[in-house]
Design a protein around this ligand. Structure first.
Ligand code: CP
Length: 316
């Protein structure tokens, strides 16, 4: 297995099974710190730089919380418009990164352009973590999701994943890449214009992940162990920021996980949603035994603790 020390976390495409398991093991070691709401000094001499060119609640703050839990320092920007990258100068990723690398020891970047964190990693002398790039990937979110599944269901192998929503989403891409490393089935439900491309399906099929596609959540929910949901009513992830208009539309029943449709689900199946949500998982689902998105949010901090400790070399 490749060492994580000094490594960029850009994609799950090249993640091997042993690497998933190692990240989960380190998360298990660090989890008691988060559970006890303690801060330790494991990363006391390290600084995290956040570079967020798109809005975020969970990803940025979970990385920051993780850094605080491990005793590290945090600086950065959450609104590129207040930097030279987002004003008149439109400073390039290279020029920005060539500054940020001197301000800290690891960088977490979210960007509306697919491939921007990869571009940053080309120039940075410190590890770069992809916090979501356009329609590209969201590796730390999916590591969080798989870790949540392992904690809640005890395994990933042998499970059927029902992925509902916009398949162009970066989480869906990272999830499919990740599942190539496990003995898992993936079923996808998306509006035709939001489906996985033939090229993407061929890419994961080469690694033995065949994705079954159905039209309605009712057609497959009875088979699912993990119900993995993203919106179909949502912002354009290729722009820096999108205001909400008056008519946002409603999620068609095909892509909605309601209490009614959950009557068809396995009793032990769990719902994950990286959030934010619209109406695809109505709030009354929160009180069902299937909902696990709040646990997912908690494990989001634990997973970022694991990744930061690994790439900064504090954990082997
Ligand atoms: N899950 C996720 O990426 O949420 P944020 O956009 O709030 O970071």
């Amino acid at each position: 297995m490749r060492s994580f020390a000094g490594r960029d976390i850009l994609s799950l495409k090249d993640f091997e099974r042993a690497e998933f398991e190692h990240v989960f093991e380190v998360a298990d070691q660090l989890e008691p710190i988060a559970r006890a709401r303690r801060n330790v000094d494991l990363l006391a001499d390290k600084t995290l730089v956040t570079a967020f060119y798109q809005p975020s609640t969970r990803t940025r703050l979970a990385h920051e919380a993780a850094m605080h839990r491990l005793g590290g320092h945090v600086l950065g920007f959450s609104d590129a418009k207040m930097t030279r990258a987002g004003d008149y100068y439109q400073e390039s990723i290279k020029d920005t990164v060539k500054m940020l690398e001197f301000y800290g020891d690891v960088m977490v970047m979210r960007h509306f352009q697919q491939g921007a964190p990869q571009e940053a990693a080309r120039w940075a002398s410190i590890p770069v973590i992809n916090a979501g790039d356009g329609w590209g990937e969201h590796p730390t979110q999916v590591l969080t999701d798989l870790y949540t599944i392992k904690k809640e269901l005890g395994r990933i192998d042998g499970l059927t994943f029902l992925c509902i929503g916009d398949m162009r989403m970066r989480t869906m891409h990272s999830m499919a890449h990740a599942l190539t490393q496990f003995d898992a089935e993936m079923i996808a439900i998306a509006p035709p214009e939001m489906s996985l491309t033939d090229e993407f399906k061929a890419e994961v099929a080469e690694k033995n992940l065949t994705i079954r596609e159905v039209d309605h959540v009712k057609d497959a929910i009875a088979d699912a162990d993990v119900i993995y949901v993203e919106p179909v009513v949502q912002a354009d992830y290729t722009v820096s920021r999108q205001e909400r208009g008056d008519d946002v539309g409603q999620t068609p029943a095909n892509y909605q996980v309601s209490r009614e449709v959950l009557q068809l689900a396995k009793p032990g199946s769990i719902i994950l949603h990286s959030l934010p949500r619209m109406d695809e998982v109505p709030p009354d689902v929160d009180a069902t035994r299937h909902a696990r998105y709040w646990q997912e949010a908690y494990y989001g901090v634990v997973m970022r603790m694991s990744l930061l400790a690994l790439v900064l070399g504090a954990k082997e």
